[in-house]
Design a protein. Structure first.
Length: 604
């Protein structure tokens, strides 16, 4: 199939508007997969995605389509993650395409991620084909959606395709529209190789597999290639297309999207730098690399600890495995006085973090303790030196005199919220309470509003989205992007148990929050700590100032003393139970605390 009959496209949509369902229909329509229930959502490969119905990792699939002109076309459908935390992946996927289906749910209309993803696609110069989905629904309002597309995006909707991905109605009109409205990729197979690394994953049999888009040249087994990012050289072991799983090919040509793995393979998945350019060995001085991509930047951090240190090895393996499948997670060893040895994990955003957390909790239930998600803090010392703190334990003590002359910064985001007009008042209040600064308020139809706010990233981990949804009967949608650092009055909030700080619980918070959070902490912690032989004082301290306090009264009686001396079996049982329990106990200062107390305290 010649280059002019290639089409590379993706689907731009808000979460839940039916991207995965439509992808499946297109694959069925071209006979790439057989119709039926067994193959649902082929492109969402990770288990997390199936469980949560969210596309996290971009996958791609090739289809061969016989057009009405009687000719075969080679179509590459590049799947993109729907969620904002994965913007780098989205941009990378878009850059391997020349067009996109702009998919909008007929009953919901344009939403926050439709807007955000539209602008990303538009900035990449993609040709857009409007597709209105879910027209089978009783609440579908196609004219309203078309009007929104015209007013918000100034799109010509006369070519819009109306479909139901569920029933298949109208789906047959999509690929003809792709062929006539999306241009064929450009590129010259005779030139030296210029190949973009779009995605990578680890395959048990093949090792590190790369998803690549060829801009120039060809690629076949035995070719020697050079990586611009690492300077490494590799010999091609196999090339092929995802159809929908790997199908080996003799050669990949300019314009195509396909997979490649090397022989010998890449040693470490870290050597596959997403956004890297490859060329033929010997041409690295002649070929210009494609514009690269930023390394993913973790914005939300949690620490995880085994409840029982005997489980350390088992959990370490499991976390390493999860990280291998999601390259945007960063992993470091961590140690807490209260909780022992563990790990510190960094995520792109709060949803990304919660998907991963759910996964860990699901697999390990009671055997893992996960701390509250936190955003990084930037400290600019009076010397002008900068330090980014991602672990509150590394934040200087209130007694450290240097901190008083230092300036503190927290990350901010530009947030876009769409919502029905009747809830505007409540949503503004929520954003203001979250220390947001309003940027604009715009009506895009008579009843739909787009609110733009500058907000601290910390408000997102404090479930701003949940609050907005709660205030709008679930109608609010949210999208955000990094807006850099803002100076802020921040302080380290510590939980003290008999004057000793529980390091794993500490958080860096805005001064306006310390009273409320401090009170909440001591009340909640008290519920989960057992009585001791002596009085236990629980306090919350912001810097050196105590903001809340609770006391746990000591035991009056010895439990064992109640038992009759002859009741030996019962006594032994009790002692054994205590022994089993002891493993999970840890000391904070002189206070013995059951690990499950931390777990209950830290779970919402
Ligand atoms: P992400 O992968 O999370 O971005 O979501 P998505 O956009 O891929 O949405 P998905 O395909 O998972 O569809 C979301 C929900 O809408 C599912 O419950 C689908 O069954 C449903 N759905 C998709 N298309 C249609 C349609 O045409 N009609 C109706 N009634 N429901 C649909």
């Amino acid at each position: 199939i010649p280059l002019e009959r290639y089409r590379n496209f993706c689907i731009v949509a808000h979460i839940d508007h039916g991207k995965s369902t439509l992808s499946d229909r297109l694959l069925e329509h071209t006979g790439t997969i057989s119709a039926g229930d067994g193959n649902k959502q082929v492109l969402d490969k990770l288990d997390v995605e199936r469980e949560r119905g969210i596309t996290v990792k971009a996958q791609t699939c090739t289809m061969i389509y016989k057009h009405k002109d009687g000719l075969d076309y080679l179509l590459h459908l590049v799947d993109t993650p729907g969620h904002v935390d994965f913007r780098a992946e989205v941009t990378r996927s878009y850059s391997s395409c020349s067009g996109a289906l702009l998919l909008v749910d007929a009953s919901q209309g344009v939403q926050a991620q439709t807007v955000a993803n539209f602008y990303l696609a538009f900035a990449q110069g993609l040709s857009l084909v409007p597709v209105v989905n879910k027209i089978d629904m009783a609440s579908a309002d196609v004219p309203r959606v078309l009007e929104q597309l015209e007013t918000v995006f100034e799109l010509d909707t006369s070519t819009a395709v109306k479909v139901s991905a569920k029933t298949g109605q109208g789906v047959g009109e999509i690929l003809p529209a792709v062929i006539s409205n999306i241009p064929a990729p450009e590129g010259d197979p005779k030139k030296p190789l210029r190949m973009l690394l779009v995605d990578s994953w680890y395959d048990t049999f093949k090792g590190v597999v790369l998803l690549v888009r060829l801009f120039d040249g060809t690629l076949k087994q035995g070719d020697k290639v050079h990586s611009f990012a690492t300077g490494n050289e590799y010999i091609v072991g196999e090339v092929g297309i995802q159809y929908p799983d790997g199908l080996p090919q003799k050669v990949l040509r300019a314009g195509q999207v396909g997979y490649v793995f090397f022989n010998p393979g890449m040693k470490r998945i870290q050597d596959a730098k997403l956004g890297d350019t490859f060329t033929n060995v010997g041409y690295e001085d002649i070929v210009k690399p494609l514009p690269g991509f930023e390394e993913p930047k973790p914005m939300v951090f949690v620490a995880a600890f085994p409840t029982n240190q005997d489980d350390y090895g088992r959990l370490a393996d499991s976390i390493a495995h999860l990280v291998l499948n999601d390259r945007s997670v960063t992993l470091q060893k961590d140690y807490s006085e209260a909780l022992g040895a563990g790990w510190r994990l960094g995520f792109l955003g709060s949803l990304h973090c919660s998907v991963f957390q759910d996964r860990l909790r699901q697999e390990h239930g009671a055997s893992i303790i996960i701390t509250e998600p936190a955003v990084p803090t930037k400290i600019v010392w009076s010397t002008g030196e900068e330090q980014i703190v991602t672990n509150p334990a590394e934040f200087p003590d209130p007694d450290d005199h240097r901190i008083r002359s230092a300036t503190l910064y927290e990350p901010f985001v530009n947030a876009t919220v769409t919502l029905p007009e009747e809830y505007v008042g409540r949503c503004i209040e929520i954003c203001e309470n979250a220390r947001g600064v309003q940027k604009s308020l715009e009506f895009f139809t008579a009843t739909q509003v787009i609110l733009k706010y500058e907000l601290p990233a910390a408000s997102l981990v404090d479930d701003l989205f949940g609050k907005l949804k709660g205030a709008t009967k679930g109608y609010a949608t949210l999208d955000y992007e990094d807006a850099g650092w803002r100076q802020a009055q921040l302080v380290k909030l510590n939980l003290l148990v008999n004057k000793k700080a529980v390091d794993a619980v500490a958080r860096i918070v805005h001064v306006s929050q310390v009273e409320r959070l401090g009170r909440q902490w001591v009340t909640k912690f008290k519920e989960h700590v057992d009585r001791q032989m002596f009085e236990v004082i629980i306090q919350a301290a912001a810097g050196r100032r105590i903001v809340a306090r609770e006391t746990i009264k000591p035991f009056r009686k010895d439990v064992l003393a109640k038992l009759h001396a002859s009741d030996i079996t019962r006594r032994r049982k009790l002692l054994e139970k205590q022994k089993a329990g002891r493993k999970r106990l840890r000391a904070v200062g002189n206070v013995i605390i059951d690990q499950s107390a931390f777990q209950k305290f830290l779970s919402k």
